[in-house]
Write a protein that binds this ligand. Structure first.
Ligand code: ASP
Length: 306
């Protein structure tokens, strides 16, 4: 019997100039860990990762689900995905219908022969299967969109994608868990980067990039999706861990490598190993995260300074 464990993050980024109370962010992350550990009493690793991420999507506090940031035209479109150590994965890209894209990702994994479904057809599946509908732009996201849009011309976005995304912040959610049978799972969910071009898809729905799990480690990534896709950051952690056997070294090495290639402000990672090692590392100003195993009080790290 393994000891169930949950690790969550609320997104790597500057966490500055956002209209959120960081004390509330810490509390909601701790609550998310508790939700996952409660589910672990009767559910498996997929139940845990889905319920933890759905809880964060519902909070409206993060850039995922209800709180998703808006694209350049003022629309919400979301990516999410999950994977477990038995080799199953499911994901959705650029969906607009579901309140909880992570639930639709689970449906793709369990009820279709596919791994990623995108856009209108994925939305139709969500509606047909009776998933709850997204309520539309959150007032905070709308306010942020209005203020950003007045400052960022579209041409800057196209020419300087990474720089623009870095300046705009990103606060996706993710989780890595292990259940009592030792099954590891990883997942991510996001509204993408603020002011993205409509139709843009990031890393959070791409196995190996925004999330990855095998029988030794589960990883969830956050940051600038374009750089995470190019580096396959979550898979890279698993590969280093396989080679080195020490999770801290593997995670730190991936962040160092990423910073050398893409610069600071581009990546955050959480990871959990089959031996119960927990790690988080980021090259952004902050990445609020929390973790606990069953029976423990959740601990929080990565909060912005000052
Ligand atoms: N990785 C996400 C994306 O690029 C953003 C984030 O992590 O906040 O879509």
């Amino acid at each position: 019997m393994a000891r169930p464990m949950v690790v969550v993050h609320g997104g790597a980024g500057a966490w500055r100039g956002l209209d959120v109370d960081i004390g509330v962010v810490a509390r909601v992350l701790r609550d998310a860990v508790s939700v996952g550990l409660d589910v672990a009493r009767s559910g498996d690793c997929i139940d845990m990762v889905v319920e933890v991420i759905a809880f964060l999507e519902d909070s409206g506090l993060f850039n995922a689900g209800v709180g998703s940031v808006l694209d350049y035209s003022g629309g919400v479109s979301m990516d999410a995905g999950l994977m477990d150590s038995s080799g199953r994965a499911g994901a959705v890209a650029a969906v607009t219908y579901p309140r909880n894209p992570i639930r639709l990702a689970r449906i793709v994994m369990e009820r279709t022969p596919h791994i990623i479904m995108a856009g209108v057809k994925a939305d139709e599946l969500a509606s047909r299967l009776g998933l709850e509908r997204h309520p539309g732009p959150h007032p905070r996201a709308l306010e942020r969109w209005r203020s950003l849009k007045s400052r960022v011309p579209e041409s800057a976005w196209i020419a300087k994608r990474v720089e623009a995304a870095r300046a705009l912040g990103y606060d996706t959610v993710g989780a890595v868990v292990v259940d009592s049978r030792g099954c590891l799972a990883a997942g991510s969910s996001t509204g993408g980067v603020a002011l993205k071009l409509p139709g843009r898809v990031g890393d959070s729905c791409i196995p190996g990039a925004g999330f990855y799990a095998n029988d030794r480690v589960a990883v969830s990534a956050t940051g600038i999706g374009e750089t995470i896709i190019m580096s396959m950051s979550s898979l890279r952690v698993a590969q280093f861990y396989e080679a080195i056997g020490v999770l801290r070294v593997a995670v730190e090495r991936v962040v160092e490598e990423h910073t050398r290639r893409w610069g600071p402000g581009t990546l955050g990672l959480i990871a959990l190993s089959h031996r119960g090692e927990v790690e988080a590392s980021y090259n952004t100003e902050a990445m609020p995260w929390a973790y606990a195993s069953l029976g423990e009080e959740p601990r929080v790290g990565g909060l912005p300074q000052g």
